[in-house]
Ligand binder design. Structure first.
Ligand SMILES: Cc1cc2nc3c(=O)[nH]c(=O)nc-3n(C[C@H](O)[C@H](O)[C@H](O)COP(=O)(O)OP(=O)(O)OC[C@H]3O[C@@H](n4cnc5c(N)ncnc54)[C@H](O)[C@@H]3O)c2cc1C
Length: 489
């Protein structure tokens, strides 16, 4: 280990809504080190358009209905106690975000799978506003020390007790020793050739946890969002479900609506159902999103999406047929946690998209993920603060064998190969032969990577991409029957 180790009370890894909120809440009482692999704002959180699901109008809506919608979307394999906890904390989370400075619009949006308008939003830039507001608060806190461009490599642990993590930063290996460690490293979308997820979503936290023997679950449940812009470049622009809530329809090349053929809820069916329908219709021709009449007000309501479509395809959201396609979007499973965000390793927590709390079951209900991340950031921070006074473990003085790479490795083509295998064989529709062949092909890539102790950003994230791909493919192979977003032929 070349650098002097950093010691901290709480180490939070990741700077999306999960990491930022956990850090802020812990920082009221103790010192926090927040490490993130890029700049603070490089997150999925920043890209979230639709908003946060939370019951707010109790004259028309209720916790029971949000609970029922979540279970219906998740095909009832969600954990009901967790669903209850998350749904009932919805209004508190909205108030918390408002207190920190997020100014939500007055209206509530409607999204697929929801029986009521209950999505709190800021136009179609909810995630951006939340991310920027939380970053401002974190920057102001004297108790939070922020480290950008600090890539977590592995956990420091002994006898199933977590003591921090090793990082790669400025071409050096650094250890951060911590009494409590929180993984808030987001999702895995970059595992696929086509995704809405940013470049940082390479499943690092899940690979890191798995290498340390921490339990994961539900990795076969990859949600493919039905309506991304059908462009060749990834990440692809998401066309929020709230557009359908505002009156847009899914149509075929002839302009015919077909969703009712697949589900009586039509355009606003849950995501797994709409994805499967578009997947089938795509075999016959291009599928589009379209407003029935020229809806000019949509430009004001959805300025980000409207400008994105104009810039990328020179189309007008209000009146043109916008080509759409399903792409990888969200991981419903992840690192297994309990109701307090605790993992199977002592003093290690997981929050946000990298965690599997049991909320989503086999398919996430739209806009439940920002809510989940915020609820478990709160629960995790409260547990960290409670543990902290009791936690007497001595910080370790560990060294590792990790060595920064001294030569360049050409890994771009290997990455593309992993993403292609995953898209073609572990994608929307999965077959036994395809999954077996994916596991076989992915295993052939392993020996092509540099030895495990050689690291730099590209090597580590490619290694994580491969490991998490194998975990997803094996989990998909093990679940023989179709359910939710896991679709077996
Ligand atoms: C386009 C898009 C639209 C969405 N819209 C909505 C929506 O409307 N409503 C909703 O509820 N959800 C939505 N989602 C999902 C939601 O945004 C995410 O699930 C949520 O923001 C995840 O938050 P997070 O804190 O877990 O992770 P992220 O926000 O992804 O943050 C992860 C952080 O971890 C860091 N990191 C990763 N690996 C490492 C490492 N090895 N070392 C150090 N740092 C690391 C990353 O750099 C990043 O800072 C959307 C997602 C996308 C992509």
């Amino acid at each position: 280990m070349s650098e002097k180790n950093i010691q901290t009370d709480v180490l939070v890894i990741g700077s999306g809504i999960g990491g930022l909120l956990t850090a802020l809440r812990c920082s009221k009482k103790i010192k926090v080190t927040l490490a993130t692999k890029s700049t603070l704002s490089q997150t999925s959180t920043r890209l979230a358009q639709g908003g946060i699901a939370a019951v707010q109008d109790f004259t028309t809506d209720s916790f029971e209905e949000h609970h029922a919608d979540t279970l219906r979307a998740g095909h009832a394999i969600n954990k009901p106690k967790i669903v209850k906890q998350v749904v009932e904390m919805g209004p508190e989370i909205i108030t918390l975000l408002k207190t920190i400075g997020v100014e939500f619009d007055e209206s509530l949006h409607l999204e697929g799978g929801h029986t009521h308008h209950r999505i709190a939003h800021v136009k179609d830039m909810t995630g951006k506003v939340i991310e920027e507001t939380l970053i401002r608060a974190v920057r102001k806190s004297k108790n939070i020390s922020v480290h950008e461009h600090m890539l977590a490599i592995d956990l420091l642990h002994k006898n199933n007790i977590c003591q921090g993590a090793t990082f790669f930063s400025n071409n050096k290996v650094v250890a951060i020793e911590a009494r409590e460690t929180v993984l808030a490293t987001g999702g895995v979308g970059q595992v696929y050739l086509h995704t809405t997820n940013p470049i940082v979503a390479t499943g690092d936290g899940i690979s890191i946890a798995n290498r340390a023997g921490v339990k994961t679950e539900g990795l076969e449940f990859i949600q493919f969002h039905p309506t991304a812009l059908d462009e060749s470049k990834s990440p692809q622009l998401l066309l929020s479900e709230a557009l359908r809530g505002a009156g847009a329809h899914i149509v075929n090349t002839k302009g015919e609506r077909f969703m009712k053929k697949y589900d009586e809820r039509g355009d606003l069916s849950p995501r797994d159902i709409v994805t499967k329908a578009i997947f089938e219709e795509h075999k016959k021709g291009q599928v589009y999103l379209q407003f029935e009449e020229n809806k000019k007000s949509i430009h004001k309501e959805f300025p980000t999406i409207s400008a994105g479509i104009k810039q990328k395809m020179n189309l007008d959201l209000a009146k043109d047929m916008i080509p759409i396609t399903p792409v990888a979007h969200y991981l419903c499973g992840g690192i297994k946690t309990n109701a307090n965000g605790e993992t199977s390793m002592k003093h290690l927590f997981a929050v946000g998209e990298c965690a599997s709390t049991g909320l989503h079951g086999a398919n996430r209900l739209a806009s439940n993920s920002l809510l989940e991340a915020a609820v478990f950031a709160t629960k995790t921070a409260d547990t960290v603060l409670k543990n902290y006074t009791k936690n007497k473990i001595r910080l370790s003085d560990k060294t590792t064998r990790l060595t920064p790479a001294t030569q360049t490795y050409k890994l771009k083509s290997l990455r593309k190969k992993i993403q292609t295998i995953m898209w073609e064989k572990v994608g929307i529709l999965r077959t036994t032969d395809g999954l077996k062949s994916a596991v076989h092909d992915l295993n052939l890539i392993r020996p092509l990577l540099p030895p495990p102790h050689i690291i730099n950003e590209e090597i580590s994230t490619t290694r994580n991409l491969l490991e998490v791909s194998l975990l997803i493919a094996k989990a998909a192979l093990a679940r023989k029957k179709s359910i939710g977003c896991h679709w077996r032929a």
